[in-house]
Design a protein around this ligand. Sequence first.
Ligand SMILES: Nc1ncnc2c1ncn2[C@@H]1O[C@H](COP(=O)(O)OP(=O)(O)OP(=O)(O)O)[C@@H](O)[C@H]1O
Ligand code: SF4
Ligand SMILES: [Mg+2]
Length: 362
Amino acid sequence: MQNVALTNAPLGQALLGDDVLLDVQGLKKYFPIQSGLLRRTAGYLKAVDDVNLVIRLGETLGVVGESGSGKTTLGRCLLRLYEPTSGRILLNVDGRTLSVTELTGRDMRLFRRNVQIIFQDPVASLNPRMNILETVGEPVLVNGLARGRELEERVKDAIVQVGLRVEHLRRYPHSFSGGQRQRIGIARALVVNPKLIVADEPTSALDVSIQAQILNLLHDLQDKFDLTYIFVSHNMAVIRHISDRIAVMYAGKLVELAPKQELLTHPRHPYTESLLAAVPRSVNRKRDRRVVAPGEPPDPINLPSGCAFHLRCKYAQERCRVEEPHLREAATGCFVSCHFAESLELQGISSARQAISYPSAA
Ligand SMILES: Nc1ncnc2c1ncn2[C@@H]1O[C@H](COP(=O)(O)OP(=O)(O)OP(=O)(O)O)[C@@H](O)[C@H]1O
Ligand code: SF4
Ligand SMILES: [Mg+2]
């Protein structure tokens, strides 16, 4: 992949190309499985397994996959909410490269300020006892960026940017609708001027019509503030709407990564093909659609040998049962882990069908 060749140069200098924001190398997160009275470690659940990924400045990388494929775990490792089992994450910020897995002191604060999260559930992620000024102002205070009048001005600016009103400043979360609460969550991320926002299913708790408004808001904010997004979703329609490139995860691994249009019209991995085939032909305006592929998802603590997808793959051959495929560049900028990617002719979705399958901005 496009990993930087790491030299022995000390971290802190810029090691990554100017257009790269984040470089993820061999990232693993294994959760121990304990058993017995003594709770001995009997094995590991490989929630994220050897993920390599480069995120470019200003792009939106959509991460899609079935439930349990490791999307949230990946996002949490990138945010250092989870300690990775191994691997390296490099972040370019202020002309320097930080090693995210080894941060301390001031560099940790610099990282925390520049990498923010938007959560799925706008109700659970807001403290009901904090008003909007306190909620949105908290990260400003924690990061020591402003206080008093200056802090209030900063919060006002952020809430106006997300489409709320200054009069809302002293109201509490319960008096807002679901969509407005998600706007508060976005303001909280935005208020510290981050470079990267990891959004984990930020619209899946919302009605489809509200989803479109939030997606369009995120899009506008990206242009205005030069933001880079990693956008996690189990909904292919949402991923399609917002992404520049799409990463497909299966059983903790990245199985395909390509520019959006290429991945949608010309998928190279059979799993991607089955996710696209399951995309509904029209949008149900009320119900959020979770991606599913035919067949049973694998048992995460007892994955099949060889290609983890082989029991569900209609193109599987003997080699797939015994030999694990690795992610490789099949065409410029298009990565896939399938032994037969070059010889398969997989079905994507036509541009015409893409246009009807998600509502435009409300
Ligand atoms: N803290 C944890 N301890 C043990 N196992 C975990 C933990 N968090 C996640 N897992 C397991 O890791 C795997 C990946 O979970 P993860 O939440 O990352 O999936 P996901 O792709 O985000 O799924 P969803 O679409 O349902 O949100 C799952 O098998 C899950 O059960
Ligand atoms: S490696 Fe084999 S089983 Fe895996 S996706 Fe490719 S064809 Fe299917
Ligand atoms: Mg998740």
